[in-house]
Structures are given as structure tokens and as C-alpha cells.
Design a protein. Structure first.
Length: 249
């Protein structure tokens, strides 16, 4: 009985054949439930981290030694990056998801699988917040370390990768854990656009099996809470000063 309820929550319901497109791999249409939620969350965090680092770098103040033209270009790039971050941060995730889901078809005439659009929406969402987390990590780096890197002959990219980034990641780990849990939890809004993730599947089950309404709801909540707790414990710092990631690495 319990497994019969857990199975669709974990893997989703098989879609009808007419809903499976031929342009993209069938996997994108068949996956559902918690599996789809995790498939959306993990790539969104990775792409969001990459986008966030890029936005944070673009928003850094240009060097005083740079030429006027270089400073002007960097200021324009920084202004555009700041505008993107502020727009995304100022929007609730649901309108942002609706925008990403319904805008591409009028512009391109192409239909994309819901999983791809969901990853795009949450990558943008995570990237904006990761940018702010990264900027706070930059501020925690003593200016003398950059001067040391220049003395050693490192390029700006080398200083960032070899000196700043390891310290930034250690300082940002609690905030990264909070963002990861938030992105995982907020994927539930995709039920509004018909993506068969965990919340959507749970709602389908509650409508089709009203006698098991309470049990399905509890199982759905547990399937959100358990991965969120594991993500948080895996990333945040333990009382002995080591993170779970460092313990297992």
C-alpha cells in the first residue's frame, strides 16, 4: 500500500503517448515526481552558480589603472548585470516561471520540453541570488591577498581561481546551502504550469484517491523535507568546523 503511493510520487505517472514529442529525447517527457524535481534542481544550481559568478565578476569595480575606454565598457557591463539581478530578485518565482514558459514560443515558434524551461527559469533565479552571495564573499577577502597574487605574477583570473575562490566558497557555504534548499523547495510552483514534479503529482493523487488524501499529503511533505534536510546537512558547517562535503571528500 505504502509503496503504491510512493512510486508515483518518486517517479511520476506515465504520460499519454500523444504528449511525447519527437524533437527531444523521450526521457524529458516521461520523468516525473521527485525524480523530476531533483533533475530540475541540480542543473539549476550548477548553472545558477556559473551565472552568479559571472554576474558578480561583471559587477566588480574596474581597476583604477584601467584606461578610460576599458573603465567605461566595464561600467556598462556592470550596470547591465546589476539590472538583471535586481529585476530577477524583485520578481516572485511564479511570474518568472510563467515568463520563461510562455515567452519562447511567440518569439521563436519552437516548443521546448517543460523540464528544459524549468531549468532555465530556476537557473536564472538561482543565478541572481548566487551573484549576491558571491559578492558578499568577495567583500570578505582582504585586499592584501589580491596584491600578493599580483606580486606572484598571477593574472586576475589566476588570482580569482587560486586565491579568492577557495576562501569565497568556504565563507559562502551556509548561504549556498540556504539557496539550494530554497530552489529545491520552490520548484513546487511549477505545478501551476503543468510540470509533473512532486507537488503536481501529489495533487493528482489526492484528486484521484481522496480516501488517501492525508497520507499522500504527508508523504509529499516528507519527500520535500528529507532531501532538503540532507542538502542542508551536506553543505553547512558542522560543529567541529568541517562541512559534510569536506568530510566525504
Amino acid at each position: 500500500m505504502l509503496w503504491e503511493l510512493l512510486q508515483p510520487l518518486l517517479f511520476g505517472y506515465p504520460p499519454p503517448p500523444e504528449m511525447i514529442g519527437s524533437r527531444y529525447p523521450e526521457f524529458f517527457y516521461r520523468v516525473g515526481g521527485l525524480s523530476l524535481t531533483m533533475i530540475i534542481t541540480l542543473p539549476s544550481l550548477v548553472l545558477g552558480a556559473m551565472l552568479g559568478c559571472l554576474l558578480a565578476i561583471c559587477r566588480r569595480k574596474p581597476s583604477r589603472n584601467a584606461s578610460f575606454v576599458s573603465r567605461s565598457i566595464l561600467c556598462c557591463v556592470g550596470f547591465a548585470a546589476s539590472g538583471l539581478v535586481e529585476i530577477v530578485r524583485g520578481l516572485p518565482i511564479m511570474p518568472l516561471a510563467l515568463l520563461v514558459f510562455y515567452l519562447p514560443f511567440p518569439l521563436t515558434g519552437m516548443r521546448f520540453p517543460g523540464a528544459i524551461l524549468a531549468v532555465a527559469a530556476f537557473s536564472l533565479y538561482a543565478g541572481a541570488y548566487f551573484s549576491e552571495i558571491t559578492r558578499s564573499g568577495f567583500r570578505a577577502i582582504p585586499h592584501g591577498l589580491r596584491e600578493t597574487g599580483r606580486t606572484l605574477g598571477l593574472t586576475p583570473i589566476g588570482i580569482f581561481l587560486k586565491i579568492e575562490l577557495p576562501l569565497i566558497i568556504r565563507n559562502m557555504m551556509p548561504d549556498i546551502a540556504n539557496l539550494a534548499v530554497t530552489v529545491f523547495r520552490d520548484t513546487s510552483v511549477l505545478a501551476v504550469v503543468g510540470i509533473a514534479e512532486l507537488t503536481y503529482t501529489g495533487r493528482q493523487m489526492m484528486m484521484s484517491q481522496p480516501v488517501n488524501y492525508g497520507l499522500v499529503l504527508l508523504l509529499t511533505m516528507a519527500l520535500y523535507w528529507i532531501p532538503a534536510a540532507l542538502i542542508s546537512s551536506f553543505l553547512t558547517t558542522r560543529s567541529d568546523g568541517r562541512s559534510a562535503f569536506r568530510k566525504w571528500s
